[in-house]
Design a binder for this molecule. Sequence first.
Ligand code: ZN
Ligand code: MN
Ligand code: MN
Length: 280
Amino acid sequence: MGLLGAHVSVSGGIEKAFERGEAIGCDAVQIFSKNQRQWKAPPLEEQTAEKFKTTRANSSVKEVVIHDSYLINLAHPEKEPLLKSINAMLDEIQRAELLGVRYLVFHPGSHLGRGLKIGIDTIAGSLNYIFDHTDSENVILLLETTAGQGTNIGFRFEHLSEIMENVKQQNRLGVCFDTAHTFESGYDFRTQEGYTRVFDKFEDVIGLDRLKVFHLNDSKTDLASRVDRHENIGSGFIGLNAFDYLVNDKRFGSVPMILETPGGENKFKENLALLRSLVK
Ligand code: ZN
Ligand code: MN
Ligand code: MN
């Protein structure tokens, strides 16, 4: 069993993530370090970061993951919005560093009509620029697998490996495997054979050592829909078996597994209980 948890709110103070996580039985939490729908955020005060770290030290929540802002697009075809995205990512990294958080999950990007190849090159270029402009090496950026909705890049494992191969400082990158997205993009891990095949493929193309975080979501849409809609565990098209394989997979025993399912905190609690009941 990995470190089971959920994406929790930070309203009322970023350190509130821990009591929310504890209340629903999380071993790990994911947060936004700022409003995810706005470009600008007031800088993190040293005091706020200290409070966050002390609260964490006294919490049963073992691991914290930050998810980046939804506005960031490291594949943007135009110079100005691309730079805005790059600077926002640099800010995200700095915030993560201040908070002592090592994993920052981000969506690879959208090519907005220019095609996958240019999009992938643009993302790699953005990451090279970003890593050249910050030495916060404690923060690892995790490319999230996507459903391939619209012009989103990252719906084949090959996209992610190609991005990584073109980044100079590869030790600063990893992958977040979102079960809903990956299923919606066409990878079928609902049977034992399928599960084995998909993770063998991941090992071949990317390497399992790069898989640092899971997002555990069932899917409201069917296999290969390319439409991203999260569902509660066991209530969607993926179904319980896949989650049974995952939480019992010894290879992922210390990997944070974060719920981003709908329905709020009570639902998270139910989902976590269900997942724990699967553990053999
Ligand atoms: Zn995400
Ligand atoms: Mn996700
Ligand atoms: Mn999603």
